[in-house]
Structures are given as structure tokens and as C-alpha cells.
Design a protein around this ligand. Structure first.
Ligand SMILES: *[C@@H]1O[C@H](CO)[C@@H](O)[C@H](O)[C@H]1NC(C)=O
Ligand SMILES: *[C@@H]1O[C@H](CO)[C@@H](O)[C@H](O)[C@H]1NC(C)=O
Ligand SMILES: *[C@@H]1O[C@H](CO)[C@@H](O)[C@H](O)[C@H]1NC(C)=O
Ligand SMILES: [Cu+2]
Length: 185
């Protein structure tokens, strides 16, 4: 095998052995989008998601009928659209999550928020439990455990603690560089 192929195999083994946190895209309301038709329960929709920093939220809707306003918790609770923190109205609005906590949105068209067109995007900090629940998290396979001994500066994977498997992408790239130099020697 050419050394580059070996390096790719090594990287794939590392990616199986270590959980790579992957940014997800969440379309509000899934296929229904951002609407008042069909009494969509956006609270329920949000409850099925695991929002993480780095994820993208998409609001897709008919721009003639709706809009998207980012508001405070108070304004969210009372459907007060008089002074939003920010507003979008393209019909295909994308928001990149950059911080933890609640992100409140509502439709500012009169009556729509009251009809349920509002959503609370709650971005929780990753805990062990969240790491287990994250849809993008592959569970380490037994074959991955037989992979080459990781470099000394990387903690040995422990099957009982999922959080220790999370390797930032930058670190993964460093690992690839290390792998390349190992195979090149
Ligand atoms: C709506 O929110 C604004 C800004 O916080 C506030 O000044 C206004 O009184 C609120 N309106 C109602 C009806 O609560
Ligand atoms: C909305 O924008 C995304 C990219 O940001 C694109 O993939 C998608 O097709 C767009 N949808 C519509 C209805 O224009
Ligand atoms: C899991 O690892 C984290 C840090 O990576 C540590 O704080 C925690 O105590 C560990 N939990 C267990 C059950 O080993
Ligand atoms: Cu609306």
C-alpha cells in the first residue's frame, strides 16, 4: 500500500475510535417549515433536537406571509413583536449557533405567534449524557479498539466515558499529520 493510502486508513480508524463532533443543520418544522398551517408544535420539534454550538438553523417560509424575529424570553412568552433584537424576512433564513443557552424566535405577523409560530432553540452544553444522545456520535467499535496505539499525548480511549472520545477537529488534523510522519518514516 502506498503511504498515502495507509495514512487514509489510519485516519479512518482514528475517526471511528474518536467521536468527531459534526455540525448539524436543523430546518425549523422539518418538511413543514415555518408556518401556522397544520398547528405545528415547535416546542415538540425543538425537543427532538440536540442543538450544539456550530449547528445551523434554517427558517424556510413564504416571505409574503411570515417573518422571523429574534426576541427576548419575555417577548417570546408574551408574543410581543414590537421591538425584536433582530429580524429576517428572506423566506430562507439561516442562523449559525455561536453560543449556548436559549435562542427565542417568533413570527412578527399579527396573530401568528399567538397561533404557535414561535420556537425556543435551547443550546445545551455537551455533557456525558448529551454525548451519548447525540445523533452524530458513532459508538466505538471493537475493531477500532484494536487500532494502533495512539500517540502518547492522546488519552487512551475508555469505553466507559464517552466524553473522553470527543476530539476537536484541529486535534484530529494534528493526529493525521502525526500519522503521516509515522508512515513516512
Ligand atoms: C413589548 O416589549 C417592549 C420592549 O420590551 C415594551 O416596551 C412594551 O411595553 C411591550 N408591550 C407589551 C404589550 O407588553
Ligand atoms: C435555502 O437555502 C439553502 C442554503 O442555505 C438551500 O440549500 C435551499 O435549497 C434553500 N431553499 C429554498 C426553498 O430556496
Ligand atoms: C469522564 O471524563 C471526564 C473528562 O474527560 C471526567 O471529568 C469525568 O469524571 C469522567 N467520568 C467518568 C465516569 O470517568
Ligand atoms: Cu407567520
Amino acid at each position: 500500500m502506498a503511504f498515502i493510502e495507509k495514512a487514509v486508513v489510519f485516519l479512518m480508524m482514528m475517526m471511528t475510535a474518536f467521536q468527531v463532533s459534526d455540525a448539524a443543520v436543523h430546518k425549523v418544522g422539518d418538511s413543514a417549515g415555518w408556518t401556522i398551517i397544520g398547528n405545528i408544535d415547535y416546542k415538540k420539534w425543538a425537543a427532538t433536537k440536540n442543538f450544539q454550538v456550530g449547528d445551523t438553523i434554517i427558517f424556510e417560509y413564504n416571505a409574503k406571509l411570515h417573518n422571523v424575529m429574534r426576541v427576548t424570553h419575555e417577548m417570546y412568552k408574551s408574543c410581543n413583536a414590537s421591538s425584536p433584537l433582530s429580524m429576517m424576512s428572506s423566506g430562507n433564513d439561516t442562523i449559525k449557533i455561536t453560543n449556548h443557552g436559549h435562542h427565542f424566535f417568533l413570527c412578527g405577523v399579527p396573530g401568528h405567534c399567538q397561533a404557535g409560530q414561535k420556537v425556543d432553540i435551547n443550546v445545551v452544553k455537551v455533557t456525558d449524557a448529551d454525548a451519548h444522545a447525540h445523533a452524530h456520535a458513532p459508538t466505538p467499535s471493537s475493531s477500532a479498539m484494536a487500532s494502533p496505539v495512539p500517540p502518547a499525548n492522546v488519552p487512551a480511549p475508555s469505553p466507559n466515558n464517552a466524553s473522553s472520545f470527543i476530539v476537536p477537529k484541529a486535534q484530529l488534523i494534528a493526529l493525521l499529520a502525526l500519522a503521516l510522519s509515522t508512515y513516512y518514516a
